[in-house]
Write a protein that binds this ligand. Structure first.
Ligand code: PLP
Ligand code: TYF
Length: 396
């Protein structure tokens, strides 16, 4: 049965992690995979998570199955993070949320739901994007079109290209948007641009799908929801994938959520019954621990406050490293202008390094980055920044 099977290519980002682990040179620096790292280069468990986990362990008295859509309090808390307190959608019960296996799991639920239950044939995805976006929609057999996003020359959003390409999206097409902290470019639309896109979507009749994997990493939990909330004003239906891997540091607990917003409660319930059928045939019901942890934090004022504070610390460290990175590159003699790096949001920066320069950084200096030139700014520390910048300037 198996002898004719061809080997699959490695995931371009996860594969890099394996290579980094096997790297023996002690000066090695990992700017590849998108995980947060603190000033010591560690990926910590947030304080509030540790407290909640300890409490859960003491209080938990059954391992009974969760329902298909997971922990109810978690799903409710997810809607508050997305829409804001007291939003009309929550009062009118127009949204339904299912706990999922990370943001990836939520995207897969979304793709299955779109393919099986709507007439959409085509999904528009930014170019570039997180590689799994294309892979997931290809897996369910949808047609993928890309829209321009990044302007190499200005290191900024290619707004004209984006509008020109999305003008071709037809009524009923799905348009995938990064909620904030676009992966891999770090460039997000401005509030005015979000407003324009939201209006365009409503006029054209797209089905927007928001991928929200970095809420709180750009400017704050509320601020980062601007784009989504702009869309909610004029688009009665949309889909959202949430991930708590980064903002709660719960990567390996696999916590995310799929949310469906409909015109009214009756439609939302009917559509959501099909979502539950999809989940049932994928994994039946989700695991409890990560979602119970998030729910406990978001329902407890003190824990929530401490988590929000720690998230602000993470965001602040990344911003500080962006600034230092640009300054140190200059001090090391870089002649190019890298000021654009300071303006980008979240963990990632499109550095402008070519695939050949990235290869050279790895081969000659044990510095690992994605070949697209994407670097994880959170991987920069006081200890490695000088070596990193000297090496980059040599490669340039
Ligand atoms: N969407 C984007 C844009 C991401 O960068 C990631 C990365 O982790 C995900 C979704 C998936 O997140 P998760 O690890 O929760 O599956
Ligand atoms: O882009 C990143 O680095 C993160 C982590 O298949 C990631 O989003 C990368 C690849 C992948 C899953 C997660």
């Amino acid at each position: 049965f198996f002898d004719k099977i061809q080997a699959a290519p490695a995931d371009p980002i996860l594969g890099l992690g394996e290579a980094f682990k096997a790297e023996n040179r002690p000066e090695k620096v990992n700017l590849g995979i998108g995980i947060y790292k603190n000033a010591q280069g560690a990926t910590p468990i947030p304080r509030a998570v540790k407290v909640a986990e300890t409490r859960l362990l003491a209080e938990e008295n059954s391992k009974n199955y969760l329902s298909i859509d997971g922990v109810a309090a978690y799903n409710a808390a997810t809607q508050i993070l997305l829409f804001g307190n007291n939003h009309e959608i929550i009062a009118n019960k127009r949204a339904k949320t299912a706990q999922s296996l990370g943001g990836t799991g939520a995207l897969r639920i979304a793709a299955e739901f779109i393919k099986r239950q709507t007439n959409a044939q085509t999904v528009w995805i930014s170019n570039p994007t997180w590689p799994n976006h294309n892979a997931i929609f290809k897996a369910v057999g949808m047609e993928i079109r890309d829209y321009r996003y990044y302007d190499k020359n200005t290191h900024d959003l290619d707004w004209d290209g984006l509008i020109a390409d999305l003008s071709q999206a037809k009524q009923g097409d799905v348009v995938l948007l990064h909620g904030c902290c676009h992966n891999p470019t770090g460039i997000d639309p401005t509030p005015e641009q979000w407003d324009t896109l939201a209006k365009m979507s409503a006029e054209k009749g797209w089905l927007p799908l928001f991928d929200f994997a970095y809420q709180g990493f750009a400017n704050g939990l509320e601020e980062d929801a601007y784009g989504l909330r702009a869309f909610l004003k004029s688009n009665p239906e949309l889909l959202i994938s949430s991930s708590y891997s980064k903002n709660f540091g719960l990567y390996n607990e696999r916590v995310g959520a799929f949310t469906l917003v409909a015109q009214n409660e009756e439609i939302a319930n009917r559509a959501f019954s099909q979502v539950k059928t999809i989940i049932r045939t994928l994994y039946s019901n989700p695991a409890s621990h990560g979602a119970a942890t998030v729910a406990m934090i978001l329902q407890d004022n003190d824990l929530k406050e401490d988590w929000t504070k720690e998230l602000a610390e993470m965001r602040g460290r990344i911003k500080e490293m962006r600034q230092k990175f640009v300054e140190t590159l200059k001090a090391c003699g870089a002649t190019q202008d890298f000021d654009f790096i300071v303006k980008q949001n979240g963990m990632f920066s499109f550095s402008g390094l070519s695939p050949e320069q990235v290869d050279k950084l790895r081969d000659e200096f044990a510095i690992y980055a994605v070949r697209s030139g994407r670097i994880n700014v959170a991987g920069i520390t006081e200890d490695n920044i000088q070596y990193l910048c000297e090496s980059i300037v040599k490669v340039l």
